[in-house]
Design a protein around this ligand. Structure first.
Ligand code: KIV
Ligand code: NA
Length: 277
């Protein structure tokens, strides 16, 4: 597997080759993704929900994200790794944003960072890019500002909203992003943006016209039982597999079937006899 870079991603868009991205948060999961035919990994702040059990992404902080970044980087040698900037790590000031983006690169060993917001974040994105750090944008439904949006709902269904999202995409491209995540917007809006910008668009709940698609790995594998949005497709039922394995183990232990001979250490018979004597 050959690791992609930001030039290759742009080339893939031009050639009409779809880009694939999933999230990952830990070493074991990342080693699986690294062997699979996946172009990009996002260490998403969705870790707040999938790994830490919070209701949304707001509570997770820089130090916690860095731990996820480091674990993923140790298992992801052949995949381009994007580190999500957590809520309040880039909004307070441009200096703080650049500093925290730098930490995600230097301490988290990521290849790029991602942050939420379009026009309103363009100056911040430009400053991080000027520092030499590749930035992925994220517009449409931006979970970190769910409270301000009035919940986790589809964005850009009305004309004004749709026009703003197109403006956001153009502002991000001008600010120097290498790709843009489009979350929970009508497919017609995603189609227009994908045609208008030179950088790849990566959709989640944004329809089939994006240059690539991303899903949260726990959703894709069937490991997350809580609320599942309309745009998620389950490609496996690993939660059910885990239940089967755990209950089989428990049953075998209770029936005295595990551990068997092949899982058990022995000692020389004479030593065993002397031990008993
Ligand atoms: O944190 C995350 O998982 C994300 C993706 C849904 C794009 O931002
Ligand atoms: Na995120």
């Amino acid at each position: 597997k050959k690791k992609v870079n930001i030039l290759r991603l742009r080339e893939m868009k031009q050639q009409g080759r779809k880009i694939t991205m999933v999230t990952a948060y830990d070493y074991a999961m990342m080693t699986q993704v690294d062997k699979a035919d996946i172009d990009l990994v996002l260490v998403g702040d969705s870790a707040a929900m999938t790994m830490l059990g919070y209701e949304g992404t707001v509570p997770v902080d820089m130090d916690t994200m860095l731990i996820f970044n480091q674990a993923v980087s140790r298992g992801g040698k052949h995949t381009f790794l994007v580190g999500d900037m957590p809520f309040m790590s880039y909004e307070v000031s441009i200096e703080k944003a650049v500093e925290n983006a730098g930490r995600i690169m230097k301490e988290g060993f990521m290849d790029a960072v991602k942050l939420e917001g379009g026009e309103r974040m363009a100056n911040t994105v430009a400053a991080i890019v000027r520092a030499g750090i590749p930035v992925m944008g994220h517009i449409g439904l931006t979970p970190q500002s769910a409270a301000q949006l009035g919940g986790f709902s589809v964005q850009g269904k009305n004309i004004d909203g749709a026009k703003q999202i197109v403006k956001d995409a153009i502002a991000l491209e001008n600010a120097g992003v290498f790709a843009i995540v489009l979350e929970a917007i009508p497919s017609a809006v995603a189609k227009i943006i994908t045609a208008k910008v030179q950088v790849p668009t990566i959709g989640i709940g944004a329809g089939p016209y994006c240059d690539g698609q991303v899903l949260v790995i726990h959703d894709l594998l069937g490991l997350f039982d809580r609320f599942t949005p309309k745009f998620v497709k389950r490609y496996a039922a690993l939660g059910e597999e885990m239940q089967k394995a755990l209950n089989t183990f428990a049953g075998e232990v209770r029936r005295g079937e595990f551990p068997a001979r092949e899982h058990t250490f022995t000692m020389l018979e004479e030593n065993e006899e002397r031990l008993i004597a």
